[in-house]
Design a protein around this ligand. Structure first.
Ligand SMILES: [Zn+2]
Length: 90
C-alpha cells in the first residue's frame, strides 16, 4: 500500500501576481469598513485603508490593519478628490 500519494496542488493563477509590501490582496479582499461594510481602498504609500463613504482612513501598522473607528483619521477633501479620481476606471 502506498501512502505517499501526493494530492496535486491546484494553484490558482492570478494575473500579474505582485508582492505587496506588507498587506496581501487576499486580506484586502475580505476587509470591509466596520461602519458601512463597504469596500476599502488600499493606500500603499500611506499604509492606510480608506473608506470613501465615511471619509475615514484606517491605519496599517506592522502589516495589521486597525479597523477601528477611533484609530481612523478623517480624510481631507483634497485626499478624497484624489482618491475618487484615482478610482475611476480608465
Ligand atoms: Zn465606511
Amino acid at each position: 500500500m502506498k501512502n505517499n500519494h501526493k494530492i496535486p496542488v491546484t494553484k490558482v493563477a492570478t494575473e500579474n501576481e505582485t508582492k505587496e509590501q506588507n498587506i496581501n490582496k487576499e486580506l484586502l479582499a475580505i476587509l470591509v469598513c466596520p461602519l458601512c461594510a463597504g469596500n476599502l481602498i488600499y493606500d500603499k504609500p500611506k499604509q492606510e485603508l480608506i473608506c470613501l463613504f465615511d471619509s475615514l482612513a484606517y491605519p496599517i501598522k506592522n502589516a495589521k490593519p486597525y479597523m477601528l473607528e477611533n484609530h481612523a483619521r478623517t480624510l481631507t477633501l483634497a485626499e478624497k478628490d484624489a482618491l475618487k479620481s484615482a478610482k475611476k476606471p480608465n
